[in-house]
Design a protein around this ligand. Structure first.
Ligand code: DAT
Ligand code: MG
Length: 149
């Protein structure tokens, strides 16, 4: 089953959006397989955003992600990588659709509340970066047969 890496960024935690965000993934029908509330080291932040290291916003992005705790999660389900990106909305919240997490709660790109892996391969890399195998639970929800045909 497909898995994706989701992180509620420092602004989402500080603004009290953790419960609402988790609820959106739960009620959609995805399965939580890993979660931790944690401070992010500079090393982890730089690795996670390594693809952006030449971009002008890289320094402030790393500062932001390490400034206050985050909620790191792994969610599982059919098509979860793409579907999570849809639930999250476009990168710049000023133009994210209403009904999406960023569209409902954000205004500027540097405070866009949540991260979601952009592809299946990226998800695998990010899950391995943020979680050990022992931190992920292999389990089946009792609702599975009511979510999947
Ligand atoms: P996404 O988080 O939607 O995958 P991304 O991978 O292009 O977007 O960028 C990672 C994060 O970097 C993004 O969530 C917010 C920040 N960011 C991206 N482009 C930016 C810009 N032009 N100015 C400031 N921050 C930016
Ligand atoms: Mg990205």
């Amino acid at each position: 089953m497909e898995r994706t890496f989701i992180m509620i960024k420092p602004d989402g935690v500080q603004r009290g959006l953790v419960g609402d965000i988790i609820s959106r993934f739960e009620t959609k029908g995805f399965t939580l397989v890993g979660m931790k509330f944690m401070a992010v080291s500079r090393e982890l932040a730089e690795k996670h955003y390594g693809v952006h290291k030449e971009r002008p916003f890289f320094g402030s992005l790393v500062e932001f992600i390490t400034s206050s705790p985050v909620v790191a999660m792994v969610w599982e389900g059919e098509g979860v990588v793409g579907s999570a990106r849809t639930l999250i909305g476009a990168t710049n919240p000023i133009s994210s659709a209403p009904g999406t997490i960023r569209g409902d709660y954000g205004v500027t790109i540097g405070r866009n509340i949540i991260h979601g892996s952009d592809a299946i391969e990226t998800a695998q890399t990010e899950i391995a970066l943020w979680f050990s195998d022992e931190e992920l639970a292999n389990w089946e929800s009792c609702a599975k047969s009511w979510i999947y045909e």
